[in-house]
Design a protein around this ligand. Structure first.
Ligand SMILES: *Cc1c(COP(=O)(O)O)cnc(C)c1O
Length: 358
């Protein structure tokens, strides 16, 4: 029997080892010892998980005391709102419009504060990344960018330059896919369901000096200071999601950390892009230097072939290749947890599909 290769855009594949470890941890032993889902978040067993997780996140981000690391709920969507509520503090906030997810963050920010669009890729149908307008006003509260546009398949090779303006980043589909200069960021957030484990958590990092700007009127649960001051244990956390994230963090470190994973991820993506570019049948329109190593959207010559591709790929053991409903087409997500044989299986299937339908 062939294994399934899971190309889902999110919630996404977990590394095999993590799945085995989690399954083991949740199994029911003969004495019914409680699992991580059934213990107090104030007790010593959970405290051990929390401590190891936070220490691992500090090692992977390389961040010291000048940044707080928090784990919230509500997904990236809650951060679209919390960021301007906490850090705009009566000032305008600048946003780079690079595609679908940047647009969602912009729409939410507009409900809360004045938004300055510092650059947009809309005119070019989001096939390349916008540059920061040199006339960026220097009194904006922060500059927000989406590090990896999950749907359009664009990735900032490095954080944009914003002068002295603090950077705020949505890293939901890019977090820990490679080494990253986290120390350059004022704030960053990432939902856990792509590269960090299962859904239910959002990693938030914040430069502590920015916490001083937060208005006093916010409800406590929406105030970043409450999270930073309570080790993210304001109330009952999703204990299973914390545990899975710990397994993922420890797995990343066993892969040679972010340097090792980054190398593997770049090679996998390069192989898939080479198959697309070399075919004359498949097409990826993104500016080559800005192509995502995590999400690879591609088109076939005739949109009527898309459902056929999705159906046949799934039958061949490769689910999750349908493009996002906002843009259609096809998309392979190559997150950290994707198994090593998956890209070869996909390029093999693509060559076969082209022969039959090209
Ligand atoms: C998946 C994704 C989101 C949405 O995340 P939720 O946790 O569902 O709110 C936001 N931004 C990016 C870049 C994403 O990939």
């Amino acid at each position: 029997m062939h294994r399934i290769h899971n190309f889902s855009a999110g919630p996404a594949a977990l590394p095999d080892e993590v799945r085995f470890n989690v399954a083991e941890a949740l199994s029911v032993p003969p004495d019914f010892q409680p699992s991580v889902m059934e213990i107090s978040h104030r007790g010593p067993a959970f405290a051990d998980i929390a401590e190891r997780l936070m220490a691992g996140l500090r090692r992977l981000t390389g961040l010291g005391d000048e940044h707080a690391i928090c784990l919230l709920q509500g997904g990236a969507h809650l951060q679209f709102a919390m960021l301007p509520m906490n850090l705009a503090a009566g000032r305008a906030a600048a946003y780079l419009d690079s595609g679908h997810w940047a647009g969602k963050a912009i729409d939410e920010a507009r409900r809360i504060t004045k938004v300055h669009i510092a650059g947009s890729g809309e005119g070019g149908n989001y096939r390349s990344l916008p540059a920061v307008d040199p006339a960026l006003p220097d009194d904006v509260a922060y500059l927000h960018y989406c590090g990896n546009e999950t749907i359009h398949g664009l990735q900032f090779p490095e954080p944009p330059e914003a002068g002295g303006v603090p950077l705020a980043a949505d890293l939901s589909s890019e977090i820990f896919c490679r080494e990253y200069p986290f120390h350059r960021l004022g704030m960053a957030y990432a939902g856990t369901q792509k590269n960090l484990g299962i859904s239910g958590l959002t990693l938030v990092v914040l430069r502590r000096d920015l916490l001083e700007r937060i208005p006093e009127i916010l409800p406590k649960i929406l105030d970043y200071r409450t999270w930073a001051d309570s080790d993210s244990l304001i109330n009952t956390p999703p204990t299973l999601a914390w545990y899975v994230m710990l397994e993922v963090v420890e797995w990343i470190e066993r892969q040679g950390g972010l340097a090792g994973l980054g190398e593997r991820n770049r090679q996998r993506a390069a192989k898939l892009y080479a198959a697309i570019d070399g075919s004359g049948f498949y097409n990826n329109p993104v500016e080559p230097a800005q192509r995502s190593i995590m999400n690879v959207p591609f088109l076939v010559p005739d949109a009527e072939l898309e459902p056929v591709f999705v159906r046949e790929a799934e039958a061949a053991g490769m689910p999750g290749l349908k493009g996002h409903r906002a843009v259609g087409g096809l998309r392979a997500s190559l997150y950290n947890g994707l198994d090593d044989g998956a890209v070869d299986a996909l390029t093999g299937f693509m060559a076969d599909f082209e022969q039959r339908h090209g």
